[in-house]
Design a binder for this molecule. Structure first.
Ligand SMILES: Nc1ncnc2c1ncn2[C@@H]1O[C@H](COP(=O)(O)OP(=O)(O)OP(=O)(O)O)[C@@H](O)[C@H]1O
Ligand code: SF4
Ligand SMILES: [Mg+2]
Length: 435
């Protein structure tokens, strides 16, 4: 994960932006050849000391052309397949050890199905998933059992995902029991250790889920996911059911755990505001397909796909000056059905740039810059007609502030008494009422 909410200012290599939009990303994207390598294979960021993924290594997870089509059946007695919901339709991505890959897109675009298909909870209808070089899609459930220790999931809803009739101790110990690890005492010791790791009181093992708040329940879900010491965690909207203040705590916890245990995350969210704080790279999904995949700094600074630009334009920003000028790109029409997706580029029914080829041929995901891939026939940074992209507004606001500051300094030097004889440098000039 990138600079967390509690990362000291200035440690994020993407330069926390003083105009209110921070770039995100921890910047292992440039030349890292001189960076020190830690014992676990990650690189040590020279400015922050954070451990970051080494993209020169082999990825821990490699997904190629993954498909999950749910059959639609009809008929009273003999059910026949009459169609399919193309929930995931040809997704390719890689995940490196110690990396966080954010996956964003509108509700129903296939994010959860992608996560479940990677984990083989849904068996894919096509494509390949390799974990540490081993193909998972052809394995039987028995063969998958040891792999399941390595890839775990944290679920969206901490209220629905914990069995209300089980104690927290039994919930966290369940994966250990399933995998026949340790005896009863060893398991209890491990549960206590895990509760402590996620910031909960180790004495809570006999309590039930309803005795905990939403944030605490999500910590329990995270403890359960950690029980088997996985290498990869697929976090399916892990904070969207939580209050904003609690969200930051859970995100910080995930960040700390990643640094400590060298975890790789696929972090699913439905808006870019959450993933921008957490991800090294971001994949944008639309109707079962990836439309843009980039280093998170690049994605915020230079989005190339019209859909990404629309998503970015809807992120709230803290800086009032930027917020006032920001244009929101309002997409026309609803998300089409994955049962009957549009021909060619699936976004063409809502795209302001669409031309004839867009409705005829699906654009491939192509590299437009280092660590930046886009699936669009006409990629570019320009945004919708009449709108200015958030990154451009930030640039403008910064330039204007710098110009104002320079003008103020020049004005101050011309004020009588500012030459340093009877007023020290930096002393304020005479009070002038504002406009
Ligand atoms: N088991 C299933 N059987 C049939 N269709 C399904 C099944 N699971 C999901 N779908 C369909 O697949 C599509 C993608 O669903 P999915 O849950 O992956 O979307 P999502 O991006 O996670 O949405 P959300 O942000 O609301 O969680 C939807 O149209 C959904 O109705
Ligand atoms: S391929 Fe065409 S329709 Fe699709 S996003 Fe690009 S310009 Fe728009
Ligand atoms: Mg979902």
């Amino acid at each position: 994960m990138t600079g967390s909410f509690h990362t000291p200012p200035g440690t994020r290599s993407g330069n926390a932006d003083d105009a209110g939009i921070d770039a995100g990303g921890r910047g292992a994207g440039g030349d890292t050849s001189s960076w020190e390598k830690a014992a676990d294979g990650r690189l040590v960021h020279p400015d922050t000391g954070m451990l970051v993924p080494d993209y020169a290594d082999a990825p821990v997870l490699e997904v190629s052309q993954l498909q999950k089509h749910f059959p639609i059946k009809a008929g009273m007695i003999f059910q026949k397949q009459v169609g399919a919901v193309k929930a995931v339709d040809g997704v390719s991505l890689k995940l490196w050890q110690g990396e966080t890959l954010g996956v964003v897109g509108e509700s129903g675009c296939g994010k959860s199905t992608l996560g479940r298909s990677i984990l083989q909870l849904h068996r894919p209808t096509g494509g390949s998933v390799k974990f540490a070089g081993t193909e998972l899609t052809t394995m039987s459930d028995n063969q998958l059992r040891p792999i399941r220790r390595e890839i775990q999931m944290v679920f969206q809803d901490p209220y629905a995902s914990l069995n209300p009739r089980m104690t927290v101790g039994n919930i966290i110990a369940e994966p250990l029991v399933i995998h026949k690890l340790g005896d009863k005492d060893q398991r209890l010791a491990r549960v206590r250790e895990l509760l402590d790791t996620v910031g909960l009181n180790p004495a809570f093992t006999n309590r039930y889920p309803h005795e905990f708040s939403g944030g605490q329940r999500q910590r329990i879900g995270i403890a359960r996911a950690l029980a088997l010491q996985p290498r990869v965690i697929i976090a399916d909207e892990p904070v969207s059911a939580l209050d904003v203040s609690i969200q930051a705590q859970v995100l910080n916890l995930l960040d700390d755990l990643q640094q400590t245990f060298n975890l790789s995350y696929i972090f699913i969210a439905h808006d870019l505001a959450v993933v921008k704080h957490t991800s090294d790279r971001i994949a944008v999904m639309y109707l079962g397909k990836l439309v843009e995949l980039a280093d998170s700094e690049l994605l915020y600074a230079n989005p190339q796909h019209p859909y990404t630009q629309a998503l970015l334009s809807s992120i709230p920003v803290a800086d009032p000056e930027v917020a006032r000028r920001k244009d929101r790109i309002v997409l026309q029409g609803d998300l089409p059905s994955p049962q009957d997706p549009p021909s060619g580029c699936p976004f063409h029914t809502r795209c302001w740039k669409a031309q004839q080829i867009c409705s005829q041929q699906m654009p491939p995901l192509e590299t437009v810059a280092d660590k930046h891939e886009v699936a669009c026939w006409f990629p570019g940074p320009e945004g919708a007609p009449g709108t200015i992209t958030p990154a451009k507004i930030v640039q403008q606001v910064k330039a204007e502030r710098a110009a104002r500051k320079a003008a103020e300094q020049a004005g101050a030097q011309q004020q009588p008494g500012s030459s340093g004889t009877d007023g020290g440098p930096g002393r304020a000039g005479p009070f002038t009422p504002g406009p």
